[in-house]
Design a protein. Structure first.
Length: 70
């Protein structure tokens, strides 16, 4: 006995499901030159960042006040 079926043409989605572990490409510890409150953050955890890219803005008001008193 032979079963015959008519083939159909359609798009399929290829996917792979697996388990595993990931590891960062590079790990960097950031330290500010001055202390203060963060005014804004310009990245999201996990983002790829480039050398020289703005990451944080520290509130400049305390430094401006000291400069004005000088």
């Amino acid at each position: 006995e032979v079963t015959v079926a008519q083939p159909i043409q359609r798009e399929i989605t290829n996917y792979l499901e697996s388990t595993g572990r990931t590891k960062e490409v590079a790990k960097v510890e950031l330290r500010p030159r001055v202390s203060g409150y963060l005014e804004s953050i310009h990245f999201t955890d996990g983002d790829m960042v480039k050398k020289g890219q703005l990451l944080y803005v520290i509130d400049p008001r305390p430094f401006q006040a000291q400069l004005n008193q000088a």
